[in-house]
Design a binder for this molecule. Structure first.
Ligand code: ATP
Length: 588
């Protein structure tokens, strides 16, 4: 079972980069030590130079470089401040580089973990979440974790230490004003956050309106020909106009209110700032706070804004990280495909299905207690009404879905004990609607395997595609388009058959794989395939009597149950579904 992720496991992943983490923290502390005195330096010159009360700075400069006039002292301290700011910038960059790198390593580990898990997930489990959500987990949720990791690994420690250092300095300068600033700033920051949350809700509403419009317009444009054909363009476009109207309302609300809220929180900060300034002035007037230190205090009010905001933002970042972790874990919780170790060593594979049941959902079984045998080299057919379970049984034989109960045996080895890789090397499922990659014809035929062009063209000829291939300017390098859009349904089916020829499996399952072909092409195709399929086991799911008739065994499914089996001759006179099927075919 794949281990889920948690804050603890992320912490452990972070600790894997201990050395970098320690270096990062050392640079953090150096950066703080450099930055905290900055707001103090120039304001102190007010007292020491302008008000002529030389103290630590003037005395130190005199001792080190000799004495001078006001310009001389101000120039030296300004140069020092600029150097300190430059150093702070450099350490900040180094810090960001270290922590970003650590975070990217951790995030990469999480993505690999997810991808490795997905690779082994059961198809039915995978379908329960859907590709859209899985992609969102891999991209958005992992990105949320990324910013969380950067926040906790760098900002949390930097901000806390900065706040402690500044807190110490301002309380030391003046206890009352220092305490006031330390208590008021977070209160204002919390208030601003609340306001930001409201803005966030308005933004969400705007986004929802945009998404609704986007999905509506996408569908309308995708289905435009059908909409036109049913003379419904006016009603569809009116719905789009309504959705556009929703954007207008939501956008208007968000845009003006977000600016108003932002200005409100800034104004409240300015109120507090003015109160601090007034307190500072009074402290200068009625106590021993110097004018220079008062200015320094004003500087620290601005200075601590960032760390306070950052510490508060971690709380939100933590909440979104927790939500992202739980969504990512939903993917990691998906059951993985059972995989055995036994290999199918022979090209002759007998299949036996024993008491097999399967369900896509909890409510209903799609297959009930199926028992059947298919010997190596046999050509069998499966028929049944739509939804009777034909595709399901073929997918189970090919090992795509996990059975609910019973067993499938290949040369007497249970499906649970066989390696899925070995099983799929022996079985090829030719689907009715093959999915193609937005890649070249060559890639779609070989799936990236290195196969000589001659062999590929031979397979195309067997699949009755040579003529189409000869007409392609770029030959095998022609891009067939997303989902094979540039090929007709019949060409896609034949391409899948050519893929099967190249894969050369022992068992071939045709799941209505020639349904889009005309009878003439279908006949030619099966004539071409005859010698290729001679020694192979062939399971054909078909609706046409002509395809089924010559099978050595016909299995008839009805609502997930195997209701009849035998040859055409045996079944045609037997009362039951097959007789009905033959009658229906003859009348149509
Ligand atoms: N991915 C799925 N999730 C949930 N139910 C499914 C899924 N695929 C098929 N089913 C259901 O399982 C039952 C059997 O479907 P299956 O596709 O095997 O039928 P079929 O005989 O191949 O039908 P058709 O001839 O129309 O292709 C149906 O009731 C169908 O609705």
């Amino acid at each position: 079972m794949n281990q889920k992720i948690s804050l603890k496991s992320i912490y452990k992943l972070l600790l894997k980069n201990k050395k970098s983490l320690i270096w990062g923290q050392i640079f953090t502390v150096i950066g703080i030590l450099i930055s905290v005195p900055i707001p103090l330096l120039l304001p102190l010159l007010v007292d020491e130079v302008l008000l002529n009360k030389p103290d630590f700075f003037v005395n130190s400069i005199d001792k080190l470089f000799g004495s001078g006039n006001a310009f001389y002292y101000v120039a030296i301290v300004t140069v020092v401040v600029i150097i300190l700011r430059a150093l702070h910038f450099i350490f900040g960059v180094i810090n960001t580089k270290i922590f970003t790198k650590i975070s990217k390593i951790v995030i990469f580990d999480i993505r690999v973990k997810l991808l490795k898990h997905l690779q082994k997930v059961n198809i039915n489990e995978y379908e329960s979440i859907g590709s859209g959500k899985i992609a969102a987990n891999l991209i958005t949720d992992v990105n949320t974790l990324d910013s969380f990791i950067v926040n906790i690994s760098s900002k949390l420690i930097t901000s806390t230490l900065t706040l402690l250092a500044v807190g110490f300095v301002i309380i030391k300068i003046d206890f009352l004003l220092g305490l006031m600033i330390l208590l008021t700033q977070p209160t204002i920051a919390i208030f601003s956050r609340r306001i930001a949350k409201k803005t966030g809700e308005l933004k969400k509403e705007e986004n929802a309106a945009i998404e609704a419009f986007q999905s509506n317009i996408n569908e309308t444009l995708d289905l435009f020909p059908q909409i036109k054909a049913s003379n419904k363009e006016r009603s569809f476009f009116n719905t789009s106009i309504d959705k556009a109207k929703d954007i207008k309302i939501a956008s208007n609300e968000f845009n003006y209110k977000s600016v108003a809220y932002e200005k409100l929180s800034y104004t409240i900060f300015l109120f507090a700032f003015e109160i601090f300034r007034a307190t500072g002035l009074l402290l200068v007037a009625y106590s021993d706070l110097s004018i220079g230190l008062m200015f320094a205090m004003f500087g620290y009010i601005w200075f601590i804004m960032t760390p306070v905001q950052e510490i508060l933002s971690i709380q939100y970042s933590l909440a979104s990280a927790k939500a992202a972790i739980s969504r990512i874990n939903k993917v990691l919780e998906l059951n993985i495909e059972s995989d055995g170790e036994k290999e199918l060593n022979s090209n002759k594979v007998d299949i036996e299905i024993r008491d097999l049941s399967f369900a896509y959902t909890k409510e209903k079984n799609s297959l009930n207690n199926i028992n059947l045998k298919i010997n190596s080299g046999e050509k069998v057919a499966i028929i049944g009404a739509s939804g009777s379970g034909k595709t399901t049984i073929s997918q189970l034989i090919a090992g795509f879905y996990a059975k609910k109960s019973g067993d499938i045996l290949y040369n007497n080895i249970s499906i649970d004990e066989i390696s899925k890789k070995s099983l799929r090397e022996h079985i090829f499922l030719v689907l009715q609607m093959p999915i193609l990659f937005n890649n070249t014809l060559r890639f779609n035929l070989t799936m990236g395997e290195d196969i000589e062009d001659e062999k590929i063209i031979e397979a195309l000829a067997i699949a009755e595609l040579k003529e189409m291939y000869l007409g392609l300017k770029d030959g095998l390098d022609t891009v067939v388009g997303k989902m094979g859009m540039r090929l007709s349904g019949g060409q896609r089916q034949r391409l899948s058959i050519a893929r099967m020829v190249l894969a050369n499996p022992s068992i071939v399952i045709f799941d209505e794989s020639t349904s889009a072909l005309d009878v003439h092409t279908e006949t030619k195709l099966f004539l071409n395939l005859e010698s290729f399929l001679e020694d192979k086991t062939v399971i054909t799911i078909a609706h046409r009597l002509s395809t089924v008739k010559n099978a050595s065994k016909i299995f008839v499914l009805d609502d997930g149950n195997l209701v009849q089996s035998g040859t055409h001759k045996e079944l045609e006179d037997e009362t039951g579904h097959y007789k009905e099927f033959v009658k229906q075919q003859l009348t149509t």
